[in-house]
Design a protein around this ligand. Structure first.
Ligand SMILES: [Zn+2]
Length: 184
């Protein structure tokens, strides 16, 4: 991949301490796909850092659906913009965006490895049911080894996430689902 090119620099109020923080925007070209935008906010006062990524086209709220069915499928690139929710229904996993949720670019495999680390950590805290923990960890490890089929769904309200593959399906999220009242 080519080096990201810096395209803009702005000052904003830091969401943590309210002092002036710097936001730098970079455009990164992904072969056979196109340009994505990476924004990095850095606060030199309190050290807060936040990264977000997204495709340059702003789309409608949509569900991005990708099935991992055979070896190689886990190599697809996943762009998750901050604010979108990731689900793996077969494993009963839902990753909600937090208030400072970071955007990231990874592969499906990278996401699974990250989930294994986070789930192991969560299991060690003892805050979650142990048998459920072990069940999810077992499934994730099978997923890592390519032994199970599963579906990745990104609920992408910003319309800026994507999974780069010709087998990705997109379903528009209807506005009613966002909890708005019907009518005008
Ligand atoms: Zn700050």
């Amino acid at each position: 991949m080519s080096e990201p090119v810096k395209v803009a620099e702005n000052e904003v109020a830091c969401p943590v301490c309210g002092q002036k923080a710097l936001v730098e925007d970079y455009v990164h070209n992904i072969p056979h796909y196109g340009d994505i935008l990476i924004s990095v906010l850095t606060c030199s006062k309190c050290g807060f850092k936040k990264r977000d990524v997204g495709t340059l086209s702003i789309g409608d709220p949509r569900k991005i659906i990708y099935k991992v069915e055979k070896p190689g499928d886990e190599r697809a690139l996943l762009i998750r913009a901050g604010g979108s929710k990731v689900l793996i229904p077969e494993f009963n996993i839902e990753i909600f965006p937090g208030p400072f949720s970071q955007g990231f670019i990874t592969t499906i495999e990278g996401l699974i490895i990250d989930l294994i680390e986070k789930t192991s950590f969560l299991c060690e805290t003892g805050e979650v049911n142990e048998s459920e923990c072990n069940r999810v960890l077992e499934l994730l490890n099978k997923a890592k080894d390519g032994l199970v089929e599963y579906t990745i769904i990104i609920e992408d309200y910003p319309g800026k996430s994507d999974i780069i593959s010709n087998k990705t399906r997109y379903v528009r999220i209807e506005e009613e689902e966002e909890g708005g009242s019907p009518g005008d």
